[in-house]
Structure formats: C-alpha cells, structure tokens
Design a protein. Structure first.
Length: 218
C-alpha cells in the first residue's frame, strides 16, 4: 500500500510539474490568451496598441512586506474571489523601500513607493504568487493587467490594479541589454525587462525616446 501511494504521489507530482511549466511564473501566456484578457478589461472604444509580458528589473528595490498588496482575486472560495474583485486592490501604506544591497549596485528605479514608478513596482509584487502580469498600451492609457493563474487554479479573471494616462509617460529609454525604462510625469522612472524583445520594443515605441540623463542617474 505504501509503495502504491508513493507511485500515485509520483505521478501526481509529474502532472503538477507539467501544469506548472505551462502556467507557472516563468512562462508567458500565449498572445491570443493575453489579447482575450485585454479585451475584457479595456474601456469601450479603447484600442490596444501594444502589450508585453515584462517585469521590473531585478535591481529594483525590494518591496517591504508591510506594503505588499492583495492580488485582487479574493482568496480560494468563489465568494471571496468575487468579493476581492469588487473591493479592488488594497491601498498601500506610506513608507520607504526596504534596505537591499541590490539597490546599491545599480539604479533600476527612481522614486519613492508613492511615486508613479513606485506604485507600479508595488503592484507588480502582490502578496500571493501565481499571477501573470502584462503591461499594455492603449490609445489612452498605459496599464498593468494582472491575470490569475498558477498550479491548480483556473486561468483568469483579469483585473487592472494600476494605470496612468499616456500623457503621464513622457519618456522612454533603451539599455544595451535590451531592457528599457519608462519615465513618468512626476520624474520617477522604472527599468523593465523580460518578455518578447519585439513586444517590448513595440511597447516602448509608444512613448518618446529620451536617452538621458534621467533623474537619479549615478
């Protein structure tokens, strides 16, 4: 019996591993799936111009635990999921970034937690794992779209925890490594990487190029 249990557990682990590879944190959704979710969260008459599965650069400051936000999906039960979406994303408290030696090596973000770039970084790091994040540009807005996924969970729904008008993103900046930065109207900026290089470049092309120097450059 014990051996049979181990065999069943082993097969289950393989299934979970395959599902994790398909829907895990390190793999992106297909372009069709992303576009389907984007169509469900944009306003009527709003058109998507570009999207990319980007992440903040690893050298961005670490988000303090006290500032981590809920993912907006409300927990495991259907009632809590619906309540979470209805309530929306929890407001974060004021404070500073958590001290981290990575931030001493290079600058990947300029601005405090309450700046536009800082708010974007916070929303990229919800308390729970198993969420996909996509940056999308429409004819009106730059927005972060959060899609529920992960092992053992139904894919979707999607919500928009953060967005700004396009006029609030007056500058972009490329880096040698293929990363790029987005600069905001409050002089804050954030460096992003990952995803498809072509999609990232298409998203960056939606904003004016500003090679630098930027505020906070060392």
């Amino acid at each position: 019996m014990a051996r049979e249990f181990r065999d069943i557990a082993g097969r289950t682990a393989k299934v979970v591993a395959r599902q994790a590879r398909r829907r895990g944190v390190f793999l992106s959704l297909s372009d069709g799936e992303v576009r389907s979710f984007l169509a469900g969260v944009i306003d009527a008459g709003e058109g998507v111009e570009a999207h990319a599965g980007l992440r903040p650069h690893p050298d961005c400051p670490k988000v303090p635990r006290r500032r981590r936000v809920e993912d907006g999906f409300g927990g495991k039960t259907p009632v809590r999921k619906m309540a979470g979406v209805a309530i929306g994303i929890a407001d974060v408290l004021s404070g500073e970034w958590e001290p981290d030696t990575r931030s001493l090596l290079t600058t990947a973000l300029h601005g405090g937690p309450d700046s536009l770039a800082g708010q974007l970084l916070v929303q990229f790091n919800p308390v729970t794992s198993g969420c996909e994040h996509v940056l999308a540009v429409t004819d009106q807005r730059l927005m972060l779209v959060r899609i529920r996924s992960g092992v053992g969970r139904k894919l979707g729904p999607a919500i928009v925890p953060w967005w700004v008008r396009r006029v609030q993103v007056p500058a972009s900046r490329g880096y040698r490594e293929g990363d790029f930065g987005l600069g905001f109207a409050d002089s804050s900026w954030i460096r992003l990487n990952g995803g498809s290089p072509a999609q990232g470049e298409a998203l960056r092309a939606c904003f004016p190029d500003a090679p630098g120097p930027w505020p906070g450059d060392r």
